[in-house]
Ligand binder design. Sequence first.
Ligand code: NAD
Length: 292
Amino acid sequence: LPEQEAFDIEYWLLEEAKLQRMPKPKSLAGRIAYITGGAGGIGSATAFRLLDEGACVVLADIDQDTLHARVQSIVQRFGRDSAVGIILDVTDEASVAASFERAILAYGGIDIVVSNAGIASASPIEDTSLALWQKNMDVLATGYFLVAREAFRLMQRQQSGGAIVFVASKNGLAASAGASAYCAAKASEIHLARCLALEGAPHGIRVNTVNPDAVLRGSKIWAGEWRRQRAASNKVAEDELEEVYRQRSMLKLAVLPEDIAEGVYFFASDLSAKSTGNILNVDAGNAQSFTR
Ligand code: NAD
């Protein structure tokens, strides 16, 4: 090789090696993510996933003590400005509006909204009180509506688009005996997201849904009555339930909060820049989710 050409090759090889050693820029650096139910299992796993990608997070939840503990652990790991905690009741219009105002005060804007706060209840239809039905509708259907409406108002004002992710449920697509109020409310979330995808598209607002199958670990829902009822309806002991869901899945894998967080990250980030109105079932392959 002529001397100059050999020098050029060596120079570019060195530059290439330098680039490979440089840390990759984080995909959500500078973005603010607002997460309802942020104190819960899936909400906090999502927060950690988005923080790992460089986002700052607003955790909004009704459970003040757990919320405080979650924010403390994030701040210790990611630094003082990485997270704020806001007490929120998603069923209360004023509380939802105030939580967005507080988030804007803290960070100046919001780029990603994860609507995830939830409850679960099982009851055969003949025993389902109007109050139980209403509670499911209030927290799930109405809660997701109120949060999405506030997100739309803000994102339209900001004029920089945005990503809204609903954490709904496989039960919003597949029927489940003895949990009709929960299933109907979750179905309403899924269809709301699809309608909002149409409304958001002209503004660059993407709206997508992640449907978890049963995620027993880390979930407060599964620490209570819901677990007992699901165990009874599957005719197994409570500690055998995860195995039941694992065996029911095509891949024979248990679904973890981190698996749901990965799906939320996909829809929250530019990886899904060309996806809106979509549904991702994170269920280790549950035949029910697409046969019904
Ligand atoms: P979780 O109980 O650990 O978290 C839910 C959080 O929502 C809790 O921190 C709770 O305090 C909060 N919350 C409840 N009511 C609220 C209200 N009115 N206002 C504000 N916050 C409120 O449960 P999770 O498993 O992390 O569930 C998260 C979401 O995923 C829920 O919407 C749930 O329906 C959905 N989901 C969960 C599973 C599962 O098996 N864990 C399966 C399918 C769907």
